[in-house]
Design a protein around this ligand. Structure first.
Ligand code: NAG
Ligand code: NAG
Ligand code: NAG
Ligand code: NAG
Ligand code: NAG
Ligand code: NAG
Ligand code: NAG
Ligand code: NAG
Ligand code: NAG
Ligand code: CU
Length: 585
């Protein structure tokens, strides 16, 4: 057909290993047992970019969007100097899924683990990537993730170790959603009275590339196809995945969407899910998979289909009525021309509101034999009710009737140094009133604000019950993927309606999956368990960027007295800065 002139092709990484080895040897120093320190120098800046063929402004790193992929091995130390070249705002980067054992100040959460890095200044993130898996990184200040500050972080198994499954090559698929309105304008919209909702994204991006005007799935024909810009060197041209027949490939999929829950499928190819959030799971086969913001997975697929044609890989919106075209790229068997368009239409995802389909996928995720098991009972249970509320006319999300507002002084510093007045020390509620009806809108939707810091006794076992509820409008309850910093947790179970005493008898203590992100389904609850054994102050929040912005999160502080010396650069704002002035004079 000659449709694609200069398609941008990516061959699998393993096939190019020799190239990477050369780069690493030049750039990195070796430590004991083959573990290395890997050095990076990054500059963050705004740039003109056209991720979906329409030019706008994104946050780039070293001139790239998405940011560079970090590739390391388990046990390595990342040493990354981040310089802020934004002219008028601070910046931080969070390393999503990395537990930051012994380095809680490197977690990259503004107001929690550090002060935002000022324009023109640098900060060194130094931390160990202790566990192999598929991870990513992203901005964690204001709505900088929505502005495009993200990239992939891949941790391979240690030198000489093997994965528990075989594959011949691998690709990263970092999924995101894009608005044509700037993240600044979105922030103002969300904070106005009354709130102006940001709406659905204009495009879905795969590795930062998308097609805004090319909605193929609904009516696959040559007239819709002609609107696609699948060719050339354009920033929106998809990266084509090139494969050989009769091989097995690993897709490392991660979602950093601001809002969208997604379904991923490869035309004609089955997928086997083998890893979730950096933990191996019991493999299972699907035609399409759900992926929520904050999730990461590895999936295997075998190139056992007709090698003389190409196939679509598609990403579609689930859980909200879709108003966004599918995100697309092409799977190309190298035996055929990469410029031939697939003859079959892109896979269509299940209906957006088929929650049974989503639940059946989610419930299949179970830990592998031999994975760590949860302690049999908790020391403490914290129930977190998720509601939509009003505060002085602004629309907010609240947890047990309190909407999260982060303090000016980072909590890690103010808690370790016991600074008075840095945040509201009031104990947040452990639960919510017995007569609150989670199935209906609240009779009094007003709530309050607070810093919602739960202090956990070191090394105790904590159960968290995330309780969903009706939002402000009747018969509406949304999906919220909750992400915990500093830990993996066991997902013990899900249920419909309100969590009741006795529901804990149905918890899965045999093979619950270990994850760092778990979803609550509409009108349902999700039960999590973790051991508070990582000294630090950790965010736990809905990974939907506008929801966090509107207060949907809490903070867990644990083992605060055991926290090591916090680097001075993490403490250059609020009361911690004043503390330095007085000790240094
Ligand atoms: C989509 O098409 C419309 C009408 O042809 C055009 O105005 C718009 O700029 C296009 N959008 C993108 C992202 O190319
Ligand atoms: C092509 O698909 C579009 C979008 O679904 C539809 O509006 C149009 O009628 C289709 N054209 C033909 C010739 O089928
Ligand atoms: C589009 O047009 C080409 C040739 O012009 C034809 O071979 C192909 O089958 C058409 N595709 C569809 C989906 O109609
Ligand atoms: C792939 O394997 C199938 C079945 O083993 C075989 O028939 C086919 O020739 C192989 N294709 C290639 C391109 O090697
Ligand atoms: C979803 O599953 C529930 C429980 O199995 C069932 O009662 C309900 O009818 C299903 N809904 C749909 C739309 O299939
Ligand atoms: C909620 O707060 C608003 C002011 O922001 C007030 O006018 C209204 O009466 C409050 N509603 C209730 C039920 O207290
Ligand atoms: C939530 O807090 C507001 C403001 O303090 C109060 O008016 C309301 O009754 C509370 N609602 C619940 C369900 O506790
Ligand atoms: C944490 O608790 C476990 C089990 O109760 C115990 O074996 C371990 O020594 C404790 N660790 C620390 C650092 O206190
Ligand atoms: C909400 O659902 C109930 C039960 O299905 C129905 O009776 C009611 O009319 C619905 N309300 C709205 C506002 O849609
Ligand atoms: Cu949410």
């Amino acid at each position: 057909m000659g449709f694609l002139k200069n398609p941008s092709l990516i061959s699998s990484r393993i096939l190019k290993l020799s190239f990477f080895l050369i780069v690493f040897i030049v750039n990195n120093s070796f430590g004991a047992f083959g573990a290395k320190t890997r050095h990076f120098k990054w500059e963050v800046e705004y740039m003109h970019w056209a991720p979906d063929c329409k030019e706008g402004v994104v946050m780039g790193i070293n001139g790239q969007f998405p940011g560079p992929t970090i590739q390391a091995r388990a046990g390595d130390t990342i040493h990354l100097e981040l310089t802020n070249h934004l002219h008028t705002e601070g910046v931080v980067i969070h390393w999503h899924g990395i537990r930051q054992i012994d380095t809680p100040w490197a977690d990259g959460t503004a107001s929690i683990s550090q002060c935002p890095i000022n324009p023109g200044e640098s900060f060194v993130y130094r931390f160990k990537v202790d566990k192999a898996g598929t991870y990513f990184y992203h901005g964690h200040y204001g709505m900088q993730r929505s502005a495009g500050l993200y990239g992939s972080l891949i941790v391979d198994v240690e030198e000489g170790k093997k994965e528990p499954f075989h594959y011949d090559g691998e690709f990263n698929l970092l999924l995101s959603d894009l608005w044509h309105k700037s993240a600044h304008e979105q922030e103002v919209d969300l904070s106005s009275k009354p709130m102006r909702w940001i709406g659905e994204p204009q495009s879905l991006l795969i590795n930062g590339r998308g097609q805004n005007n090319c909605s193929l799935a609904a009516g696959f024909n040559n007239s819709t196809l002609s609107k696609c810009k699948l060719r050339g060197n354009e920033q929106c041209a998809p990266q084509i995945l090139q494969v050989l027949p009769n091989k097995t490939y690993r897709l490392r999929v991660a979602s950093t969407t601001a809002l969208a829950s997604l379904s991923l499928a490869i035309g004609n190819h089955k997928m086997i899910i083998v890893e979730a959030d950096g933990n191996y799971i019991q493999p299972f086969e699907v035609d399409n998979m759900d992926i929520y913001s904050g999730d990461s997975y590895s999936v295997l697929f075998t190139t056992n289909q007709d090698p003389s044609i190409n196939y679509w890989i598609s990403v579609s919106v689930r859980g909200r009525e879709p108003k966004t075209p599918q995100g697309l790229t092409i799977l190309n068997y190298k035996t055929t021309s990469a410029s031939k368009l697939p003859t079959l239409p892109p896979p269509i995802s299940p209906p957006w509101n088929d929650y049974n389909h989503s639940k059946s996928f989610t419930f299949k995720i179970l830990s592998q034999m031999g994975s760590p098991k949860p302690p049999v009972r908790p020391h403490r249970r914290i129930v977190l009710l998720n509601t939509q509320n009003f505060i002085d006319g602004q629309t907010k999300w609240s947890i047990n009737n309190v909407s999260l507002v982060l303090p000016a002084t980072p909590l890690l510093g103010s808690m370790k140094y016991n600074l008075k007045g840095a945040f509201d020390p009031k104990k947040p509620p452990e639960s919510f009133s017995a007569n609150y009806d989670v199935m209906n809108p609240s009779s009094n939707p007003n709530s309050t604000t607070g810093s919602l810091v739960y202090t956990l006794r070191f090394n105790t076992t904590i159960d968290v019950i995330l309780q969903n509820a009706n939002a402000l409008a009747a018969n509406v309850s949304e999906i919220h993927p909750w992400h915990l910093h500093g830990h993996d947790f066991w997902v013990l179970g899900y249920g419909e309606g309100r969590f009741k005493e006795g529901d804990e008898k149905k918890f899965n203590l045999k093979n619950p999956p270990l994850r760092n992100t778990a979803v609550i389904f509409p009108f349902g609850w999700t039960a999590l368990r973790f051991v508070a054994d990582n000294p630090g102050v950790w965010a736990f929040h809905c990974h939907i960027e506008p929801h966090l912005h509107m207060g949907m999160g809490v903070v867990f502080a644990e083992g605060v007295r055991r926290i090591g010396k916090i680097p001075d650069e993490a403490l250059t704002c609020g009361l911690t800065a004043k503390m330095f002035m007085s000790t240094k004079n």
